[in-house]
Design a protein around this ligand. Structure first.
Ligand code: GLU
Length: 505
């Protein structure tokens, strides 16, 4: 069997959309599953769309996701260079080869002329297609004499090389996800392969490089499905064996049917990029999953299931499990709707599975950075462990645990109304005495002593505990009260009860 070689081939025109990350992920999983190679190729032939910093952004994003490459300009490989602008010298011979074989022709039509034809067609409610319907009436090497063409070129007249789409052909292709795909050649454009600036277009460079890099499977987004017929015909024209194709379904907005865009993210408050991004020209920024507090494991897990399903009920997968379970025939044809809540849920699930020391460490750091609070790792681990089942992100732990770090300065009104009764102050004075007398101040002792005291004195459990919680937390929430008491320590607990009684009377 042919060696599996796949590539992720982004154009550095801006930050990498999460749809692009998913394409990279599926390529990576497919390569690993089949013992193949994963290649990173930077497709930067369109110099007008080049954005500084975008390539670095792409590389850092994929690295954060844990998507690794076997070959690239960064890790090396024997098919390099892997950036198309550094392969510039390679492409012209292939464009010449197609000209010689009669599969391509030279066209002199200027952008202004083409625009004029487009407008004229539009006015007649038609679309202008540069192909068998029109090419014999346009300014190209099919309609001009050889001398005329040579003279224009010698004079430095700008020209492009166009692929000659065969007339009246039914192109039948196979897509690994979509099955048989049919295209009628007369609906296709004679696409430009080589531009007047001396650079190949995406189509030529992409095919030439896939061939030279011995790519076996082209796995890419649905937006490239309309180019598949052209690509297949290019392989045919060169006499090369075409790779197998798989076109992945679109990622759709959470509400409605369009493609998921940055605007949807802004509107509904979620990132559509893996990392934070600042546009170098406009200074405009975009949020990223990493900086929003997502774990890469959760991000990848969520993306993997947008357009693929394992055929079982399992939802939580790490990269090894994904590799094991992945196959292209379980990818869907129809678009996958992005789900913000589900995305958060994945982060929650991964937070629950993280080693407690990692979560504790992250929370310790968060406290330092956001609240300027210094705390020791053990304490941070313990706090995080007590409340993590109620949060989706490390940054949300504070909301559930602030009372471990600061005494209440106010008392939640609704809780006071509900829980603070006439005799509560006296009960709290009594409970303070009980707590003061606990010698071995550990959870088991605290729980046993309080329970026993409540029982012996015939006091309601809820009544005492809820008031006590109000004293310690300032609200009606928080983990088990005994844990709070133990972690705050005797002195702090007594201080808070005293202040609470003073405040509520
Ligand atoms: N450079 C193209 C892109 O930016 C690659 C498409 C392909 O994989 O063929 O998506």
């Amino acid at each position: 069997m042919q060696e599996v070689r796949v590539r992720f081939a982004p154009s550095p025109t801006g930050p990498l959309h999460i749809g692009g990350v998913r394409t990279a992920l599926y390529n990576y999983l497919f390569a690993r599953k089949n013992g193949g190679k994963m290649i990173l190729r930077i497709e930067d032939t369109d110099q007008t769309r080049f954005v500084p910093g975008a390539e670095q952004y792409i590389v850092e994003s994929l690295d954060w996701c844990g998507i690794k490459f076997d070959e690239s300009d960064y890790v090396g490989g024997s098919f390099g260079p892997y950036k198309q602008s550094n392969r510039k010298h390679l492409y012209k011979q292939y464009s010449d080869e197609l000209l010689e074989k009669g599969h391509a022709y030279i066209a002199f039509d200027t952008p202004e002329e083409l625009e004029k034809y487009r407008k004229e067609a539009e006015a007649n409610k038609q679309t202008f297609i540069y192909n068998c319907q029109s090419r014999n009436n346009l300014r190209n090497s099919l309609t001009m004499s050889k001398q005329e063409v040579e003279m224009l070129i010698a004079n430095g007249t700008p020209y492009t090389v166009r692929f000659m789409i065969p007339e009246n052909r039914e192109i039948v292709m196979h897509d690994l996800i979509r099955g048989e795909v049919h295209v009628q050649s007369n609906t296709l454009d004679d696409k430009v392969l080589f531009k007047s600036d001396g650079m190949p277009t995406y189509h030529l460079a992409n095919i030439v490089d896939d061939h030279l890099m011995k790519i076996s499977h082209v796995i890419r987004g649905e937006e490239w499905l309309p180019s598949m017929a052209l690509h297949v015909m290019l392989y045919e024209a060169f006499g090369w064996e075409a790779p197998q194709f798989a076109h992945l379904p679109l990622l759709l907005k959470p509400d409605g049917n369009g493609k998921l865009s940055k605007r949807d993210g802004d509107r509904l408050g979620f990132p559509v990029f893996p990392l934070f991004w600042t546009d170098p020209k406009t200074g405009e920024t975009a949020s990223g999953y990493k900086q929003s507090g997502y774990y890469p494991e959760a991000f990848i897990n969520m993306l993997a299931l947008l357009g693929w399903n394992p055929g079982t009920e399992q939802e939580i997968f790490n990269m090894e499990e994904l590799t094991e379970a992945f196959s292209l025939d379980r990818c869907s044809k129809s678009g996958a709707k992005f789900n913000v809540e589900k995305t958060k849920w994945f982060n929650h699930e991964w937070l629950m599975r993280k080693p407690e020391v990692e979560v504790g460490h992250d929370y310790q750091q968060w406290l330092k950075d956001e609240k300027n609070i210094d705390t020791n790792l053990d304490f941070a681990i313990k706090v995080a462990g007590l409340v993590k089942d109620r949060v989706n992100f490390v940054k949300e732990i504070w909301e559930q645990s602030f009372f471990f770090f600061e005494a209440p300065t106010s008392y939640d009104e609704v809780t006071v109304k509900k829980r603070w009764k006439e005799n509560s102050a006296q009960t709290m004075r009594d409970v303070a005495e009980v707590i003061r007398n606990i010698e071995d101040f550990n959870l088991a002792n605290i729980d046993a002593t309080l329970n026993n005291w409540i029982e012996v004195n015939g006091l309601g459990m809820g009544l005492v505990m809820n008031s006590l919680r109000l004293m310690l937390v300032g609200a009606g929430k928080g983990p088990h009260i005994g844990e709070i008491i133990e972690m705050l320590g005797k002195e702090e607990v007594l201080r808070r009860i005293e202040s609470g009684i003073k405040a509520l009377g």
